[in-house]
Each structure stands twice: as C-alpha cells, then as structure tokens.
Design a protein around this ligand. Structure first.
Ligand code: KIV
Ligand code: NA
Length: 263
C-alpha cells in the first residue's frame, strides 16, 4: 500500500470526508491505519499516556519517540505530529528547527501547531521551506493557562469574529488543513465555508471537511470525557473485567492450565 500524501488530503476539500484519529503507539497505529486518512500523534499523549494534567508539560522527546512508533506502525495514513508547547512559538526559525527535527527523526509528513493570526508568519515560513503544516484554532489546549479552561469558544460575537479571522489568517499562510476544536457549530460551518483548506472538526460541526477524536476517548478508556466525544466502545470496563478474571484465576490456581504449559 502506498502512503497517502499531504496534497491528496488537501484535495479532499468539499469532497470525501477526511478521517483522522490520534495514535501514540505502533500497535494502535497498525490497527487504526486501514480505516484512517490521517493519524495524529497529538500532544494529548500527555494526559492519555503520561497522566499529565495539561499538554503544557509535554516534551519534544516524547513527541518524537511516539511519532516514530506511529510511523513504524502505519503504511497508509499521513502521520501528523503535534509540536509541543514551548518549542515553536518564539519565532519562525525556532519552529523550523523543531519541525525539521520532528520530521527527520520520525519520518512523519507534517506537523501541527496551535494558534491563529499570530502564528501565520511561522506557518508561511515552514510551508515555504517544504514542511506541511496543519493549523489548530478555536479551543487550543496549550493555551489553557490563558483561556482558563476547556470551555467551548466562539459564544460571544467578538470571540467568534476573532476565531474566524484566525482561521482565515492560518489558511492564507498556507496550512494544508486545520483542526477546528471546541467552537459553536455555526462558527465551525462559517470557517469551513470561508477557508480554502480542509477543516477537521472536534467539537465543531458535521459540515467540517473531516473529523478527529482522541482514540482513547472514543474507545471508552476514560470515565470523564468532553461532550464532543462519542464513545464507540467501552474498553475501560472490558480491560477491568479481563484483569479481574486473570487475578481470580491466579489466586485460585486456575491459571495456568494444561494448554499454557510445556510438558
Ligand atoms: O492533541 C490532540 O489529540 C489534538 C487533537 C484533539 C486535535 O490536538
Ligand atoms: Na494537540
């Protein structure tokens, strides 16, 4: 199977919906890959894999290690890697150094970074130098300390206008796609209609050009998830049940049995 390309994804604007899930490990990437167009190594791995309280604490080394694992586990999907907090915001040059290292050390095809108009010159700088960029507007979790939480964005007219102009600015700067996260539905629709690039919604609108979810959320690995998560399975309870079954059998010497023994 030949891997999809960034230009092939970009062409999906207004056409066939783009399917994206996060992935952090090789085996999960392998399982998701046949069903997805994009695999995102999100900095959500801070909470999902490492038990951190925010993505602000995620390091570049974490992103590179998990990014390389996801590239090794996938054959078809375009792999996109989040640039972590503090590794790109300062200047286009800093962002370029970080992004180049990420692509070189993982084999991924694109990076994602958070922010609106203020990041437009950086996006332009990277795109002009051959690094495809996915933008991320609306609710931007790396800015949690400034936003004060993870509530939906775009409820006031002023905030709505700001986020729409942010989306237009990152699109004009050349991003091939943008995540639109945690915004009122009408705003997500307006953004999707007014930018030439693919929009990928999460807590946004069905009209977006694609959708993304955090894989552990959609698999039901967590009890508390945002409104925008639909749980497609309940893995947490299935894992608990399997562990309880195993523990009971060990304690009663019902495991191992003949089938598992070398005789
Ligand atoms: O880190 C992440 O998983 C993300 C997606 C939710 C878009 O940025
Ligand atoms: Na992220």
């Amino acid at each position: 199977v030949r891997r999809l390309t960034v230009p092939a994804i970009a062409k999906r604007k207004g056409a066939e919906p783009v399917v994206m899930l996060t992935a952090y490990t090789a085996r999960m990437a392998q399982l998701l890959d046949p069903h997805c167009d994009l695999l995102l190594v999100g900095d959500s791995l801070g909470q999902v894999i490492y038990g951190l309280d925010t993505t602000v604490k995620v390091t570049l080394e974490m992103m590179i290690a998990h990014g390389a694992a996801v590239v090794r586990g996938s054959y078809r999907s375009v792999v996109v890697i989040d640039l972590p907090f503090g590794t790109y915001e300062e200047s286009p040059e800093a962002a370029y150094r970080t992004a180049a290292r990420v692509l070189r050390e993982t084999g991924a095809a694109a990076v994602k970074l958070e922010g609106g108009a203020v990041m437009a010159p950086t996006i332009r700088f990277l795109v002009d130098r051959g690094i495809p960029v996915m933008a991320h507007v609306g609710l931007t979790p790396q800015a949690v300390n400034a936003l004060g939480g993870y509530g939906a964005r775009g409820r006031s007219e002023a905030e709505r206008a700001k986020i729409l102009s942010d989306a237009q600015a990152v699109a004009a700067a050349g991003c091939f796609a943008m995540v639109v996260e945690g915004v009122v539905e009408g705003l997500a629709i307006d953004i999707t209609r007014s930018v030439p690039c693919v929009t990928i919604g999460i807590g946004a609108a069905a009209e977006c050009d694609g959708q993304v979810l955090v894989v552990d959320d959609m698999l039901g690995m967590f009890d508390r998830v945002p409104r925008f998560v639909k749980r497609f399975d309940d893995l947490a309870s299935r894992i608990s049940a399997a562990a309880a079954d195993y523990a009971g059998r060990v304690r009663t010497r019902q495991f191992p049995t003949e089938a598992q023994l070398y005789r």
